[in-house]
Design a protein around this ligand. Structure first.
Ligand code: ARG
Length: 460
């Protein structure tokens, strides 16, 4: 057991207590952020004269050496320390002697851990933005290649009206654009530095909080020391945004699973992104899509967990808050993995345009357009709806699509029908004439593609 705080105690900590309390098994994940934060603190201590410049330099060099050695694999993070903060400080003292003991001047582990968690999550927000950018680029290419790939659009998972694959994928593009913008918002709001808040009430040393904030790339210092050490809103916001990303990926995965099924065959997943069965030789399973869908649960769990942990904590720091880490780290890693794998899976999947088109052509996806045809000829919409309903029944009885009926069959149901009906209800017309903003028609989609292209270039 290696603790920073033995002075006041007359007994060793019980071993079970020690293990229950320790966080090094998981907070070692932000060793780099911890050291970076300490370097900024040490520089500031030197420049403000709280310690000498020479001491500051010794500490900074010592910390840089520790970072280097951990990264090279020359220094192993020992589980005998309570947390990563204790490990780094003890190693520093070990290496540079008594000067190392001055590093913690004007600092508490409470503002230290608040800083580390912010630095870590801030870095990960950038990584997630990068992954979302890659995913959106892939969606954009799929859209560009499929502006005339007809497919049925569904409501209630029943064929509704024809759309294109570009339009369907475009819906997800909008979701991921919002996810991206959520990451930008979160970054802005979290980008204030809690270092210097001390245990909860600041310190009497003349710390320069502006300086440490600037050294660490923050917009400025946080404004209330009690809030600084006990705020985990940014973790909650991040987990909420990650939950939304997971929900989007999960919905899309569900569709890929359906599209890839034997019944649909709209797409075929690449062999590299599918798996087999140990017993059924014919199987090629969409395991990646299923796992992405399945992992949504643990991301939501992280959000619910931190919300629940935080709800009853009085100001300021309480040890409950140590629980902010494990599930957050897991959720971040999970979502990063899911975005990357999902991107590869859809980039490599084969689109079966013929199957999609054939499916759009049966199932009466042009029934609304047939009713609209009658309306344009003067039939009130409610009557037109009834006529087409009858027509659909007739088609079902005779196993035909609306456009397969002869003009005399059509006229037997309503004499308003004319030869021009075939053009009016063709797939090309049904999709091609829908050109209001956001609709699947080519003019509308091309405008969206331009906007998306400009957006992707602006965040490149
Ligand atoms: N491991 C602790 C955490 O993650 C570090 C802060 C400890 N502070 C304290 N007062 N015990 O929250």
């Amino acid at each position: 057991m290696a603790q920073l705080w033995g002075g006041r105690f007359t007994k060793e900590t019980d071993e079970l207590v020690y293990n229950f309390n320790a966080s090094i098994s998981f907070d070692q994940k932000f060793y780099a952020q911890d050291i970076k934060g300490s370097i900024a603190h040490a520089i500031m201590l030197g420049k403000t004269g709280i310690i000498t410049l020479e001491e500051s330099e010794d500490i900074v060099n010592g910390l840089k050496g520790i970072l280097n050695d951990i990264e090279n694999g020359d220094l192993e993070i020992s589980p005998k320390y309570e947390d990563i903060h204790s490990f780094v400080e003890a190693t520093l003292i070990d290496r540079i002697g008594d000067t190392g003991k001055k590093l913690h001047t004007g600092r508490s582990r409470n503002d230290q851990v608040a800083l580390d968690m912010r630095l870590y999550t801030r870095d990960e927000v950038l990584n997630i933005k990068e992954l979302l950018y890659g995913l959106m680029k892939t969606l954009h290419s799929i859209m560009k290649e499929n502006t005339d790939t007809y497919m049925p659009g569904f409501t209630h998972l029943q064929k509704a009206q024809p759309v294109t694959l570009a339009h369907h994928v475009g819906a997800y593009m909008e979701m991921f654009k919002r996810d991206y913008s959520r990451m930008c918002d979160i970054y802005e709001r979290m980008n204030y530095c809690p270092l210097g808040a001390g245990a909860l009430a600041g310190t009497t040393y003349p710390l320069d909080r502006d300086m440490t904030a600037e050294l660490l790339g923050f917009k400025g210092p946080t404004l209330n020391s009690m809030d600084s050490v006990s705020d985990r809103d940014y973790v909650i916001e991040l987990l909420s945004a990650l939950s939304t990303i997971s929900m989007h990926l999960s919905r899309f995965s569900e569709e890929i699973i359906i599209w890839n099924s034997n019944e649909y065959q709209f797409v075929e997943l690449d062999d590299a992104y599918s798996t087999g069965s140990s017993i059924m030789p014919q199987k090629k399973n969409p395991d990646i899509a299923e796992l992405v869908r399945g992992k949504t649960g643990r991301v939501y769990a992280a959000l619910i967990s931190i919300l629940t942990t935080m709800k009853g904590i009085p100001l300021a720091y309480n040890k409950d808050m140590q629980e902010d880490k494990e599930l957050t780290f897991d959720a971040i890693d999970t979502v990063k993995g899911c975005i990357a794998l999902f991107e590869g899976m859809i980039r490599t999947m084969k689109v079966n345009k013929d199957k999609m088109k054939a499916s759009a052509m049966n199932g009466f996806t042009n029934a609304t357009d047939a009713a609209d045809y009658l309306v344009k000829k003067g039939v009130p919409f409610r009557d037109a709806h009834g006529i087409i309903g009858k027509l659909v029944l007739y088609c079902i009885d005779n196993s035909k699509a609306i456009e397969e009926l002869s003009i005399s069959e059509l006229k037997s149901i309503s004499d308003v029908f004319d030869e021009d009906v075939y053009d009016a209800i063709s797939l090309e017309t049904c999709v091609g004439k829908r050109n209001t903003i956001g609709a699947p028609g080519p003019d509308a989609i091309n405008k969206v593609l331009e906007i998306n292209e400009a957006f992707l270039n602006s965040i490149k």
